[in-house]
Write a protein that binds this ligand. Structure first.
Ligand code: HEC
Length: 128
């Protein structure tokens, strides 16, 4: 009985299940996927520019990601995106993946590349 509990504990620890992720973990992951270092400056440009569509990321999240935003269509408040202003940001892979997928599609009609995601996170982390 005790042995199987121990084995289960080791298994859970090894698989990382239930471990909270940090914004740095996501930054490292996307940098690795992109095969290049992130640039906060590129992230700022990406975030505030329109990409052929009606919206930029800043249309809903504002250009000051330490402040709360508002949904460009529904006007619903959106809490700040910078981790320094909102400790829940970039701690949940399901949420990060879901919203990158949806928001990138809404603004550019395509998925964001790993490099774009890394750049955005690097920029967001530059806000203290
Ligand atoms: C039309 C409005 C809108 C636009 C445009 C938009 N977002 Fe969002 N975004 C949201 C909403 C709504 C949420 C989910 C609510 C929340 O998390 O507060 C969200 C959540 C996120 C999250 C979740 C982060 C986390 O861990 O909680 C990320 C990352 C994100 N957006 C990035 C972007 C990027 C990058 C762009 C530009 C490519 C963008 N968004 C454009 C509305 C928008």
């Amino acid at each position: 009985m005790r042995t199987s509990l121990l084995i289960a504990a080791i298994f859970i620890a090894a698989s990382g299940a239930g471990r909270a992720e940090t914004p740095r973990d996501f930054l490292t992951r996307f940098e690795k996927e992109a095969g290049t270092a992130a640039s906060a400056e590129r992230g700022a440009r990406f975030f505030t520019a329109r990409h052929g569509g009606e919206w930029s990321c800043a249309s809903c999240h504002t250009e000051r990601p330490t402040q709360a935003g508002r949904h460009a269509k529904t006007d619903k408040p959106i809490s700040a995106l910078a981790p320094s202003a909102n400790g829940e940001r970039f701690t949940d892979a399901a949420k990060v993946d879901k919203w990158f997928r949806r928001n990138c599609n809404d603004t550019m009609n395509r998925a964001c590349t790993a490099q774009e995601k890394a750049d955005v996170i690097a920029w967001l982390l530059s806000f203290k």
